[in-house]
Structures are given as structure tokens and as C-alpha cells.
Design a protein around this ligand. Structure first.
Ligand code: C2E
Ligand code: MG
Ligand code: MG
Length: 570
């Protein structure tokens, strides 16, 4: 803000005086010429041309109301209707009673009455009008997203909360709008086209809030928040609105999805309303058919459940309710499958809910940072287990642990992992690190730096859920990784669906290009394994070999493994 205010100082401002009377122009010009660069126009039409030509540099127009060709009222109206000229303040010159009110109503900043007698007052009014207009531009710049002209998120919440305080009784609906697969739009058609799409959507939202009296912001990248006075018929109106927006976009490939929280009188604060709208919006990800979704009772009970999990987490850690399971991974390229490593997968044995699967609580903990604590717990457990197996069986079985996307932002990540390895007498390569592909696409620079640092300390990185994160080939070639882990959705149908098979074959080719081994997860049947083996897949993890096992059961598996080995040597 300070920076922006400084910009005002030292500007050479220019003022345009518009009057058909030569002598009047001269008197005013004399008063102002020491402080401003003064220009003159004799009539409205000439003035309009000059204003258009100098729209970026002109600080003020002083306008006589009665002139031939185009009078002052009409010029004022033209300027107010033009979004580029609207910012230039206008002071009108009047001599008749009543004209002041009319010109102020038309958007004049101030008025000066003829005949001019007090130069100081006139100079003060001119300077005041310019200052006010410049302040409002600066405020506008700070408050708004430059691309769409909508509020930025800070001011959006600030004004929204003020609105709620002033109109405590008024019901407000929250709407979260996102563009489906916007990353792909940007990648395929270029950033400029992406920006155009955002601008058009911004325009359409602008119109919506102008009509219904709410406010809106570009929340981030391609997500918009809209806060509107409550309407009972919102669900009937939304399809029309979406249709109008599609028309405006003129591109059927680009679609939006909306999550809506409709005010039911619960008196939530603004942030909670948007959390709920966001939740409703999230449900639509990956379902491109449905365009909008209302927050409802089912989502509400899920939200309560999530809150419960968050509340119970600390105690659960202290009471060791979380248990780490291990799922073996086998190398299948030889004549017989060979156990090469395992993946540590956490489960929660909740005193009330029984066993809760990570698919339920991990996404909840990822949203609020709690995941970091849990991950660290799992890493410690896994490292202790590797050391224990070494003591019992005489060999190190590497274990891969999941590293969440928030962990990647922790500058201490490398130190934490090294400390865990050291404390358990392990070398870094015993702990394999699984990082999901979408973390790479979301913040590629950060992750490349983090991962490179981890690799230089000896850790090996496996890219988890490969195929789901829309990495571009170009990006993949520059990524520091040691293995690709195919997402299990691709494996599910490889035996029955030719396309699925081809897709896996392509991914195997990508891995060859990158010169990294491939791990296929979710392999449930022999036929899947055979196909994958033929395609050159190195390692397999899945129910075909074993489900994730509690540590005691994994001990048994290792015992059997050792016995088989001894048997082979005898
Ligand atoms: P993931 O890392 O991709 O883990 C693989 C998931 O696939 C596991 O689900 C595993 O049980 C399941 N799976 C393995 N083989 C098969 C199979 O043949 N068929 C089927 N249908 N499923 C199979 P799980 O344990 O429910 O974990 C789900 C996700 O939760 C994991 O996906 C991972 O993203 C996350 N997760 C689990 N444990 C942790 C953890 O300690 N920390 C973090 N950050 N995330 C974890
Ligand atoms: Mg994993
Ligand atoms: Mg996975």
C-alpha cells in the first residue's frame, strides 16, 4: 500500500478545461497552470476526442455544461458509460441553480459555480477531486485481481464479513465455481487462451453480482467464490446461468462445476458457508456430467465425521490406535517372484468406529496439516520395523513410506528422515519414499528441489499413483525419480479392456524412456501379473501376492521366505 501511495507523488498531472467561452477558459487556466499541465477544448466533441486520446494520462476534466455540438451533460454521460473513461473525475462548471444536483447525479465529482471569484477554493477543489479519484484507483488495484477485476480473496472475505455484520438478518448463499480440467486447457491452448477464459468467466460473474447485489472474488487460479443474497429458487436459476456462461465462453470443451451452500438459517460465518460450498464442489470433481451440487444432509454428516476424526487424532496417536500394516512387493522378472520390499500403510483402530481406512482419514488430515504428525509416526514405526527384521532375519528389507504433499514443503524433511534412519541404524536407501504424482504437477519447482535434495542424501523416490496426475512428458523427463508406481485404476481392466492394456503399455514405454523400473500396484489375479510381466513390468504389489498385513503376520511371511531360501540351498 505504501509503495502504491508513493507512486502518486511526483506525477505531472494534466487537466482538461472544456468551455466554449474563450475568456472563461483563460481565467481558469491562469488559476491552474502553475500546478498542472492545462489543456483546452472548445466544445464537447473536441473534448471527447482529446479525452479518448489521453485517457491514460488525464487526471481531471473541468466541464462547462452549456456548449454547442455536444453539451456537458451528454459528455458526462458518455464518460460514465465507458469503462475506460469512467476513472477520470469531472468537475462541472455551472451558473444556474439545480444544475449541481443533476450533474452530481450523472457522476460528476464536484462543481464550481460561475463567476469564479476565489482561486484558492477552486484550486483546493481541483486537487481534492484528483486525489480522491487516484486514491480510489489505488484501492481498486489493491483489492482486485488484475485479470478479472473481481475482488481478491482477502478483500472478498473482509467485505463479505462487513456485509454480514451490517445486515445480520440477511440470508446469504455461497457459491464456489471451478473450471473442469483447467490445467489441460492451459497446456493444450496456451496460457493466453486460459487467461481469456478466466476473463470471460470473471465478466459473467461480475454481471451476476451486479444484478443480484452480492460480491465475488477469484479465489485462486481457476476457482471463483460468489456470495449472493439468498434465493429460494437458486437451484432452478443455476442451469440458466450456466447455459449463459457456456454461451459466453463459446467453447463446449470448457465446462464449469459449482458447489453451493444455500442459507437455511443456521447463521454460520462466511468462511464456514464457503467451506461447505467447497465440499459440495469437490464432490463434482471427475464427474463432468453434473454441473452443480448443493451442500446437503449427507455432506453435513460427513463433515461432522471428519471433525470427529480431527478431534480424536492426538489422543489416538498417544494411545497407539494407529497401526502400520505392510504389503509386500515382488520382483517378477526372474523365474520366481522375489520379495524386494514392502509398503507401509497405516490403519486406525478407533475405539468407537472400529477399523478406519486411510482412504477416509488421510484426506481429512491432509487438509489441515495433521498428516505431517501421522506420517512421522509411520516413518518411525517402519524404520524400527526394518531394524527389527534385520536383527531377526539377518537382512534389510527396504520399506516404502508415503510422503504427503505438505511434507514436501517442510524444509526439515531431509533432516527428519535422516534422523529417523540414523536412530534405527539404517542407511537412507532402506527407506523408500512414495510421493504422489499430483504433488509433482501441483508445485513442480518446489518438489524438484526437495526431491533432488533427498536423493543427494541417499533416499530413493517412487512416484506414486502414476497416470493420475497429468504430468506432461516433457516434465517427466526432467524429474528426479527412481521408480514409477502405476496407479491401480490402470491395472484393474488390463485383461478385459484393450484400451486399458494399451495405456499400460504406453506407460511402460515412458518408464523405459526415463530408464526407471515400474511397480504395478493393485494386481489381484494371475492373468494381470502375466500380462504385466510380458510388458516388462519389474515389480508387483497387490492382493495376488498378499493384502497389507499387520506386522506380526508380515513376520510370518518373512519366516516362510527364509525357510524357503534355506530349503533352496539344501
Ligand atoms: P497408496 O499409497 O497408493 O496405497 C496403495 C493402496 O492400494 C492401499 O490402500 C492398498 O491397501 C491398496 N491395494 C494394494 N493392493 C491392492 C489390490 O490388489 N487391490 C486393491 N483393491 N487394493 C490394493 P490403503 O491402505 O487403503 O491406502 C490408501 C491410500 O492412503 C494410499 O494409497 C496412500 O495414499 C494413503 N496412505 C496409506 N497409508 C498412509 C500413510 O502412512 N501416510 C500417508 N501420507 N498416506 C497413506
Ligand atoms: Mg503409496
Ligand atoms: Mg499408490
Amino acid at each position: 500500500m505504501q509503495e502504491l501511495l508513493k507512486r502518486k507523488k511526483g506525477l505531472h498531472r494534466s487537466v482538461l478545461i472544456v468551455d466554449d467561452e474563450f475568456i472563461e477558459r483563460e481565467i481558469l487556466g491562469e488559476m491552474l497552470k502553475n500546478d498542472y499541465s492545462v489543456r483546452y477544448a472548445e466544445n464537447g466533441a473536441q473534448a471527447l476526442a482529446m479525452i479518448r486520446e489521453n485517457k491514460l494520462t488525464l487526471s481531471l476534466v473541468i466541464l462547462d455544461l452549456h456548449m454547442p455540438e455536444l453539451d456537458g451533460y451528454s459528455l458526462l454521460q458518455i464518460m460514465r458509460a465507458d469503462s475506460e473513461l469512467r476513472r477520470i473525475p469531472v468537475i462541472v462548471l455551472t451558473s444556474e441553480a439545480g444544475a449541481e444536483v443533476k450533474s452530481l447525479q450523472l457522476g460528476a465529482a464536484d462543481f464550481i459555480t460561475k463567476p469564479y471569484d476565489m482561486p484558492d477554493i477552486i484550486r483546493a477543489r481541483v486537487s481534492h477531486a484528483i486525489e480522491l479519484a487516484e486514491d480510489s484507483i489505488i484501492i481498486h488495484e489493491i483489492e482486485r485481481d488484475p485479470l478479472t477485476g473481481l475482488f481478491n480473496k482477502e478483500f472478498f472475505f473482509e467485505y463479505g464479513k462487513r456485509l454480514d455484520q451490517q445486515n445480520g438478518h440477511m440470508k446469504m448463499d455461497a457459491l464456489v465455481m471451478d473450471i473442469n480440467r483447467f490445467r489441460i486447457v492451459n497446456e493444450l491452448y496456451g496460457k493466453q487462451y486460459g487467461d481469456l477464459v478466466l476473463k470471460k468467466i470473471g465478466c459473467s460473474i461480475h454481471e451476476l453480482v451486479e444484478r443480484s447485489g452480492g460480491l465475488a472474488c477469484r479465489y485462486d487460479g481457476n476457482c471463483f467464490y460468489v456470495y449472493l443474497p439468498h434465493r429460494e429458487d437458486l437451484s432452478e436459476k443455476l442451469p440458466d446461468y450456466i447455459a449463459r456462461m457456456s454461451e459466453l465462453l463459446g467453447d463446449r470443451k470448457i465446462t464449469v462445476r459449482m458447489g453451493v451452500y444455500s442459507d437455511d438459517g443456521e447463521e454460520l460465518d462466511m468462511e464456514r458457508r464457503f467451506d461447505r460450498a467447497r465440499l459440495a464442489e469437490r464432490k463434482l470433481r471427475n464427474s463432468y456430467e453434473t454441473r452443480f451440487n448443493f451442500y446437503n444432509a449427507e455432506l453435513h454428516s460427513k463433515e461432522l465425521h471428519a471433525e470427529r476424526l480431527i478431534n480424536d487424532m492426538e489422543q489416538a496417536l498417544a494411545e497407539k490406535q494407529f497401526r502400520v500394516y505392510y504389503q509386500p512387493k515382488y520382483n517378477i522378472q526372474g523365474t520366481k517372484p522375489v520379495l524386494t520390499s514392502a509398503e507401509a500403510l497405516v490403519r486406525w483402530f478407533h475405539p468407537e468406529f472400529g477399523m478406519v481406512s486411510p482412504g477416509e482419514f488421510i484426506p481429512v488430515f491432509e487438509k489441515n496439516g495433521l498428516i505431517q504428525k501421522l506420517d512421522r509416526y509411520v516413518w518411525n514405526e517402519a524404520a524400527a520395523k526394518i531394524a527389527e527384521w534385520h536383527r531377526t532375519f539377518g537382512f534389510y528389507l527396504p520399506v516404502s513410506v508415503n510422503v504427503s504433499r505438505v511434507d514436501v514443503f517442510n524444509p526439515q524433511l531431509g533432516d527428519i528422515l535422516c534422523e529417523i534412519a540414523d536412530r534405527n541404524g539404517l542407511s537412507a536407501e532402506n527407506l523408500l519414499l512414495e510421493i504422489t504424482e499430483s504433488a509433482y504437477t501441483d508445485n513442480s519447482r518446489q518438489i524438484i528441489d526437495t526431491v533432488s535434495a533427498l536423493r543427494s542424501r541417499g533416499f530413493r523416490i517412487e512416484m506414486d499413483d502414476f497416470g493420475c496426475g497429468y504430468s506432461s512428458l516433457n516434465m517427466l523427463t526432467s524429474l528426479p525419480i527412481d521408480a514409477l508406481k502405476l496407479d491401480m485404476n490402470f491395472i484393474r481392466n488390463i485383461c478385459t479392456d484393450k484400451k486399458a492394456y494399451k495405456l499400460v503399455a504406453i506407460m511402460m514405454d515412458i518408464a523405459k524412456l526415463l530408464e526407471v523400473p515400474v511397480i504395478a500396484e493393485g494386481v489381484e489375479i494371475r492373468a494381470q501379473m502375466d500380462l504385466l510381466k510380458d510388458l516388462g513390468c519389474d515389480i508387483i504389489q497387490g492382493y495376488y501376492f498378499s493384502k497389507p498385513l499387520p506386522a506380526e503376520d508380515f513376520d510370518k511371511l518373512l519366516t516362510a521366505e527364509r525357510e524357503a531360501k534355506e530349503h533352496a540351498y539344501n
